[in-house]
Write a protein that binds this ligand. Structure first.
Ligand code: HEC
Length: 179
């Protein structure tokens, strides 16, 4: 009888441990490598596809504190609408002062007649261009023709003025440090 009990106990123990193991496996999150692989390449066509077809950036939140079609300044349009990817919104709300790998900011540039003239995008990839804040720059026409992309000197040299704010003009990322 005792023997039988022991066997039963052993069996029970084995089942319990197996159950635990299974749970551990299923709760494992994807590795950092897998996450990085999911981020699009620093390539104009890939990025345009991502923000207009795979996702629609117009469904993203507006830059906090900005309405659609607010008055812009040179060299962007007379009117601007600026969208941020969910990653950027979370970082701005957490006030961590940093925009993480994969951050995307999309600005629509409108003419004085409020017609869309161009779309300008900043896309951050860690290690892409440390001297330029690791931002990949993209400008494209309403028909999706690429007008500039990559480590664009013009974009970088002007945005450098706000490098202490993650190279972003529109609003504070690091509240105390915005000039
Ligand atoms: C002469 C300066 C200048 C140049 C050149 C310039 N920008 Fe900007 N950019 C600005 C300013 C100023 C703002 C804020 C606009 C506003 O709110 O009126 C801005 C805003 C942006 C934003 C919204 C995020 C942010 O930084 O506030 C994006 C995206 C952007 N620019 C992309 C580009 C790209 C891409 C290029 C190159 C093709 C470029 N910019 C060239 C000055 C410049």
């Amino acid at each position: 009888m005792i023997r039988l009990l022991m066997v039963a106990c052993l069996l029970l123990c084995l089942t319990l441990t197996a159950g635990c193991k299974k749970q551990e496996e299923s709760s494992t999150s994807p590795s950092a490598d897998q996450k990085a692989a999911a981020l699009p390449d620093t390539d104009g066509r890939t990025l345009i596809e991502l923000i207009t077809v795979t996702q629609d950036y117009r469904q993203w939140p507006l830059f906090p504190g900005k309405e659609a079609l607010y008055k812009g300044q040179h060299p962007h349009g007379a009117y601007l609408t600026t969208y941020v990817s969910p990653t950027v919104l979370a970082a701005l709300q957490n006030k961590k002062g940093q925009l993480p790998d994969g951050s995307i900011i999309v600005k629509e540039n409108y003419s004085p007649e409020k017609e869309l003239a161009a779309v300008t995008v900043m896309y951050r990839r860690t290690g892409y261009n440390p001297e330029g804040g690791d931002w990949y720059w993209l400008k494209y026409a309403p028909d999706k023709t690429i007008l500039a992309e990559g480590k664009v000197d013009g974009c970088i040299n002007c945005h450098r003025a706000v490098q202490n704010n993650e190279w972003v003009f529109t609003g504070p990322v690091k509240p105390a440090e915005l000039p």
